[in-house]
Design a protein around this ligand. Structure first.
Ligand code: GLU
Length: 480
């Protein structure tokens, strides 16, 4: 069975790149009907951020990336938080020492710092690599602080095959005797993720390509223990577009790059997931770019993952988001939109009508605020706005006639819905011998103060109501 995991470090926010890793990892498991595990990698105790694990869990819940095993829900391979597994790593590190693939290192901080200053190449000089067993034991007994280091082969090469990048080889002479267990007793990422991936039965390790070149060190650990290596799936880098047209690693300076920020800005989780699924993966048998999570599960295969860096395009995400919003039904839309509305909506406004006019005209929920402004307050505008070639309006006489007639008709109305308004105003066109377009143009400019509006004259009037409509027409007449 395919078993994958998402193994984030709790950094305090969910970077869009991490979410993509979670998504791909989830999809690889679920495409095969396999298992998806969440593991929290919190052994870097200096970088811990309070509440960070909750952000990870809530992001996965909101996006529907439900895990089969993990913190809170448990499972047969728990615990799923690395700081709760400290003893396990020590036990495996000691096993490696016994087998000759690792060793105790007692070098003091001072010594290492000096070494660092003197040696421009950097790295550890393997000073403790050949300590005898007796010496090591004596030091341990004396309570000298220690770390445990991996004993890298000094010659030859180490290779593995990555599913996306192909064969990766590294000269062993380039490998440092990296630390497996730190002086505080906690393991390094380099060590504990290997132990956990093995113990949790992970068949496919899915993660960012920044780990591509350190993976030879990890496969050496698998080999030392005699464990079967997992399938590696390293994902292409995520880049952002810079102002000068170049690209660089996607970061905050490119815009909102955390899931939480995007949601706060009015993006839909479904749209974000759909868009990031396509950042580094291309569906094999589909013309459409639209996928919900079930569609992705069915379509996602590793051979569709590309190794070229993927560029995060905010405009494309915006477009996707708009498409998702426009497809929402009215109730669904109304149940989320109020969270994003940051101004009072006056009594005269017919809210549902207004929202249904705006729903298909926004690309993020937040845009609703700017778009609804003109319903609430008539913008300042110049009377020249009435003049319009297409509608053959070249002077203000016709505008004045239309608005005077319209005023008369409107003030006599009791019902003020779109259909009534339209039916009652139509005769004016005949009376003045003008086209409907010309009639409605004049009224629409008067009630909106804008050349382009969501909805036509009568729809806008239905939203703002009789009193406000008449007020706006009076204002126009006084300007003309
Ligand atoms: N904790 C690592 C990270 O967040 C996980 C890398 C991996 O998936 O192995 O980058």
């Amino acid at each position: 069975m395919t078993v994958t995991r998402f193994a984030p470090s709790p950094t305090g926010y969910m970077h869009i790149g991490n979410l993509r890793t979670a998504l791909y990892s989830y999809l690889i498991a679920k495409h095969d009907g396999g298992k998806f595990i969440l593991r929290i990698e919190d052994t870097d105790r200096e970088r811990l951020v309070e509440g960070a694990t909750d952000i990870i869990k809530s992001t996965l819940a909101i996006t529907g990336l439900n895990y089969d095993e993990g913190p809170d829900i448990g499972g047969e391979h728990g615990p799923y938080v690395q700081s709760e597994r400290k003893e396990i790593y020590m036990e495996y590190a000691k096993k490696l020492v016994d087998m000759g693939y690792a060793y105790y290192c007692f070098c003091s901080k001072d010594r290492l710092e000096k070494l660092h200053e003197e040696d421009s190449v950097g790295g550890y000089d393997r000073h403790c690599r050949n300590l005898s067993k007796e010496e090591a034991l004596k030091n341990l007994k004396a309570g000298i602080p220690f770390v445990i280091r991996q004993k890298m082969p000094l010659e030859g090469t180490t290779s593995y095959v990555d599913s996306v990048y192909g064969e990766i080889s590294m000269d062993n002479s380039e490998l440092q005797d990296q630390i497996l267990i730190k002086a505080d007793g906690y393991p390094t990422y380099n060590f504990c993720h290997v132990v956990d991936d093995y113990l949790m039965g992970i068949t496919h390790v899915v993660r960012g390509s920044e780990y591509l070149t350190s993976t030879p060190k990890y496969v050496l650990l698998y080999d030392a223990f005699g464990w079967e290596r997992p399938v590696y799936v390293h994902l292409p880098l995520l880049m952002g577009k810079n102002e000068d047209g170049s690209v660089s690693k996607l970061s905050k300076r490119h815009g909102a790059v955390s899931f939480q920020d995007l949601v706060r800005d009015g993006y839909l989780p479904e749209a974000i997931i759909n868009y990031i699924a396509l950042l580094g993966w291309c569906p094999k048998n589909s013309e459409s770019e639209f996928f919900d999570l079930d569609g992705l599960k069915a379509a996602f295969t590793i051979d569709g993952v590309s190794k070229s860096p993927a560029v995060f395009d905010f405009d494309k995400l915006l477009w996707f988001n708009g498409e998702y919003i426009h497809k929402m039904d009215e109730d669904e839309f109304n149940s989320v939109i109020y969270k994003f509305i940051d101004k009072e909506i006056p009594e005269n406004i017919k809210r549902d009508k207004m929202l249904s006019l705006l729903r298909t005209r926004i690309s993020t929920f937040k845009e609703i605020n700017d778009k609804m402004d003109f319903f609430i307050t008539l913008p300042e505008y110049d009377k020249e706005l009435f003049l319009n070639k297409k509608n053959k309006i070249s002077d203000y006489d016709i505008v004045r006639s239309v608005l005077e007639e319209a005023r008369l008709t409107l003030s006599s109305l009791d019902a003020f819905d779109n259909d009534t308004l339209f039916a009652s105003l139509m005769p004016i066109a005949e009376k003045l011998a003008i086209k409907t377009g010309t009639l409605m143009w004049c009224i629409r400019i008067a009630v909106s103060g804008m050349a382009a509006t969501p909805g036509g004259a009568t729809e806008i009037m239905e939203v703002i109501g009789k009193e406000e409509s008449l007020k706006r027409i009076d204002k126009a007449l006084s300007m003309l």
